[in-house]
Structures are given as structure tokens and as C-alpha cells.
Ligand binder design. Structure first.
Ligand SMILES: Cc1cc2nc3c(=O)[nH]c(=O)nc-3n(C[C@H](O)[C@H](O)[C@H](O)COP(=O)(O)OP(=O)(O)OC[C@H]3O[C@@H](n4cnc5c(N)ncnc54)[C@H](O)[C@@H]3O)c2cc1C
Length: 283
């Protein structure tokens, strides 16, 4: 831990925390669960804004949104009765991928997604469920599509200028059939070879809309729109799952410029996509 820290702040509201960040002008860091921060603290940091007591710990569903507070821990997602019933429990299942009990019980949703290391487990599930990120700059609350939060130029503002308050997932995704698959060397590895979430809105054995998100294989989690489009209006069969998986592998080959180092991860991604879709296609 660096030793240049001279001030600790314990704001009571998210807005107050964001105002402090603006006032401290990039010399402060936000502390949530602290599992990542302690590893990456720059010597330029002079103040810590500890947000761990802010009232951002609710998981709640209303008519429009499933709202997951930024300070919910990964373990809370895993055990939440609301999430157990949402999109076949895919968020809870993904939370359970967390490598160890300490990281799951201390690590928060906010810390997981605003410093979205390619191996972090939550970004692909939020991407696949069309999430929005709610944040405050100290003056007002705003939202942006979750995919935009993952852009480096946006992400670097979080925890420096603005504070993530909530991840919001559209209420309609509650009935989607979703599944998560990952391959890692061991069950306790944070790192995956590839990690996939597939979510399908289906009716009468036909796929109306599909979402496919992958992480680990690329520098940041991403959706695969060509593969998603290939599924729209198609029957929920092994053949359509295979066709979509082949589309994902094709896109990955382009994104990775056919890199030999990524060839295995790309192949594994195709297998995981097919498996996740087949799981989601089950009645
Ligand atoms: C040994 C070990 C194992 C791990 N295993 C896994 C794993 O299996 N899966 C996985 O996904 N991750 C894993 N992680 C990574 C990490 O623990 C998680 O991503 C965790 O969710 C981070 O949350 P935190 O609250 O601890 O973040 P912190 O360390 O408190 O903060 C991380 C960063 O995010 C910023 N931040 C936090 N909250 C907010 C907010 N609300 N608004 C704006 N900025 C914010 C902080 O300023 C800081 O820069 C592991 C980490 C370690 C050290």
C-alpha cells in the first residue's frame, strides 16, 4: 500500500462522494470492497473516499428495472432470491464463478465493472441482459448503456470523477432463458480461457431475440451481433446454436487478426457459445 495518503473521507451519500471526487481533483480514489484497489494504488493518491457505507446495497425489482446497487457484494448476488428467479438465475450463477470466498464476500459489483479486468465475471452477464449503468457526478444522476461503461475513455472517469450507483437491467429480461459457461484451468481460477453468456427471448420453440456476450478472449467483454442476428426468428435447435457459434468464431478470428496465440481461446469460445445456447434453448 502506498504511503502518500493523508486524508480519509466517509461520505454518507453517493452525490456527496462524487462532489468530493471533483473537489479532490484526481488525487483521490474510491474504496468499495478494496480487493482490487490495494493492488493498484498509485503513489499520486493522497486521499481515500471510502464508499463502503453508502446506501447502495439493494437488489430490487420494479415494473421497469431490476436494480442492483453498486455496493452489493458478489456473494450477495449469488444468494439473492430475486436473482435466483431472474433469467434462469444467470446473474447468481455468474457470481458463483468468483475464484474464492474472500473476493466474493468483499468484492462489490461497482469494483467489478468499473475496473473491468478482462477476466472479471460480471461484465458479460450485464452486457447480455442489456444493462444500463447509473452514475452520479455530484450534480445529477445519469445513465449510460453498460457497453459504453466498458470503453476505456469512459471507464477511466469512474472512481475519479463519477461514481457508479446502480446497474439496471430491463424488467423484460426476467423471463429470458439465459446460461453462462466458462472454461478455466481450475474451478478456483479468476482467469478463464473464455467466458460466455447467452440470453434468449423465445416463444414456441422459436428465438425472437438473442444476446451473446464473451469475455476473457478479448481485452474487454463484447457482444456478438452477427451471431445474435443469425438466431432471430430461427428455431431453438442444435443446428441454429451451431451456426451462431460458427459466426462467433468467425468474428473472433477477425477481432484477433487470426492470432495463433488466441486460436485455442477462439475455438473454446465457439464450444461455450454452442453449449450456452443449447442450455438456454431447453424448455
Ligand atoms: C485474489 C483475487 C481474486 C479475485 N478473483 C476474482 C474472480 O474470480 N472474479 C472476478 O470477477 N474478480 C475477481 N477479483 C477482482 C476483484 O476482487 C473483483 O473485481 C471485485 O468485485 C472488485 O470490487 P471491490 O469492491 O473490491 O473494488 P475496489 O478494490 O474497492 O475498487 C476497485 C476500483 O474500482 C473503483 N470503484 C469501486 N466501486 C466504485 C463505484 N461504485 N464507482 C466508481 N468507482 C468505483 C475503485 O476506485 C477502484 O479503482 C479478484 C481479486 C483478487 C485480489
Amino acid at each position: 500500500m502506498a504511503t502518500n495518503i493523508r486524508q480519509f473521507f466517509f461520505p454518507a451519500q453517493a452525490r456527496e462522494a462524487a462532489r468530493l471526487l471533483a473537489k479532490l481533483n484526481s488525487k483521490a480514489v474510491v474504496l468499495a470492497g478494496g480487493t482490487r484497489l490495494t493492488r493498484a494504488l498509485s503513489p499520486c493518491v493522497e486521499a481515500v473516499v471510502d464508499i463502503s457505507d453508502l446506501p447502495l446495497k439493494r437488489i430490487k425489482a420494479d415494473k421497469k428495472w431490476l436494480r442492483i446497487g453498486a455496493l452489493c457484494t458478489i456473494a450477495e448476488l449469488e444468494k439473492s432470491p430475486v436473482l435466483a428467479k431472474w433469467a434462469r438465475g444467470v446473474i447468481a450463477k455468474t457470481a458463483g464463478f468468483g475464484s474464492n470466498a474472500l473476493a466474493r464476500s468483499m468484492g462489490t459489483v461497482g469494483g467489478n465493472v468499473v475496473r473491468a479486468h478482462p477476466f472479471n465475471h460480471l461484465p458479460p452477464v450485464f452486457l447480455a441482459l442489456d444493462a444500463q449503468a447509473a452514475y452520479t457526478d455530484g450534480r445529477s444522476e445519469k445513465t449510460l448503456p453498460f457497453a459504453d461503461l466498458l470503453k476505456p475513455e469512459v471507464m477511466r472517469l469512474f472512481g475519479v470523477r463519477v461514481l457508479l450507483t446502480e446497474v439496471r437491467i430491463p424488467a423484460e429480461t426476467r423471463s429470458w432463458a439465459a446460461a453462462a459457461q466458462r472454461l478455466s484451468a481450475t474451478r478456483t481460477d479468476w482467469e478463464s480461457v473464455a467466458h460466455c453468456v447467452a440470453a434468449v427471448d423465445k416463444k414456441g420453440g422459436v428465438c425472437r431475440k438473442a444476446a451473446i456476450a464473451l469475455s476473457a478472449v478479448l481485452p474487454r467483454a463484447a457482444r456478438f451481433e452477427k451471431a445474435e442476428r443469425s438466431l432471430a426468428g430461427q428455431p431453438c435447435t442444435e443446428a441454429s446454436a451451431e451456426a451462431a457459434a460458427a459466426e462467433v468464431v468467425k468474428s473472433l478470428a477477425e477481432f484477433t487478426q487470426n492470432s495463433a496465440a488466441k486460436a485455442y481461446a477462439c475455438e473454446v469460445s465457439g464450444v461455450l457459445v454452442r453449449r450456452a445456447l443449447m442450455e438456454a434453448f431447453q424448455p
